[in-house]
Design a protein around this ligand. Sequence first.
Ligand SMILES: [Zn+2]
Length: 247
Amino acid sequence: MKRVLPAMLFVVLLFGIIVVPVLAKSDSLGPPDIAQKIFIHRAKPDNPGKGKPGGEEGFYKLLGAKWKSFPVHMEVNPANPSGLGETFVLTTIGTAAEEWDDGAYSGWGGVPVDLFDNTITITIKGYDDLAWTSDKLDGKNTIVWGNYPTSGVIAVTIVWYNTKTKTILEFDMVLDTDYAWGDSTTMASVMDLQNIVTHELGHGAGLDDLYQDPAYQETMYGYSDLGEIVKRNLYTGDKAGITKLYD
Ligand SMILES: [Zn+2]
C-alpha cells in the first residue's frame, strides 16, 4: 500500500498536468482563428537598390497562407481624383492580376490554377468599408482609392487569413490619393497604376515584401516611386514564389 499511494498520486498529478490543460484548450477554441496582416507600401525616391549591379538570387518571402479555391474574385471602385477612366482602371487592374495568373503582361506563362477571376465587379464601397477590423470582413476582395493618414504611403493591402488552415480569407486594397495615378509610359510624374497594383496583388495572393537591396528588380520589392514600371512584370523570385504557392 505504501508503494501504491505515491503511484496513484503520480497518476493524478499527470492527469492534472497533461489532460486538464488539453481539455481546457479544446473548450476555448471558439470562433475560427483569423489573423490580419497590413502591408504598407512606401515611396522611396532614393531607392537603395537602384543601379546596383546583379546580386539577384530569386528572392521571395511567403505570407504563410494562400488561396484554396479559385478563381479569386475582385471588386473595384474606379472613382479616383486623378481623373482616370473606368475602362482604363479596370483593364489595368485586370492586366496586373493576370500577370500573376497567366503572365498577361510579360508572357512568362503563369501558374497552373486560374488564380484571379478575369471578370472584375464594380463597387461603390470606399475606404471606411474595407476590412480594417474583423467586423468589416465581407468576403469581398475590394480595391478603392482613399487617403491613408500617413504621408509617403503609396498603397495599403489588408490580408486576412485563417491561422489554422493557412487559407487567405479576404484582401482589401487602398490606392493612396496623396499621389497622382496613371500610366507612366505615357504620363509624367504619376504613380503607375499597373506597377503598384501588380505588387499589391502579390500580397493578395500570399507573398510578403522584400526589403534587401539586391531584390530591387522583384515585383515584391518593398519600395516604389513615381514613374516606376519595373514591378509590372514579374522577376525571378516573384515567379518562384507564386509557383511555390499555386503549382
Ligand atoms: Zn508591399
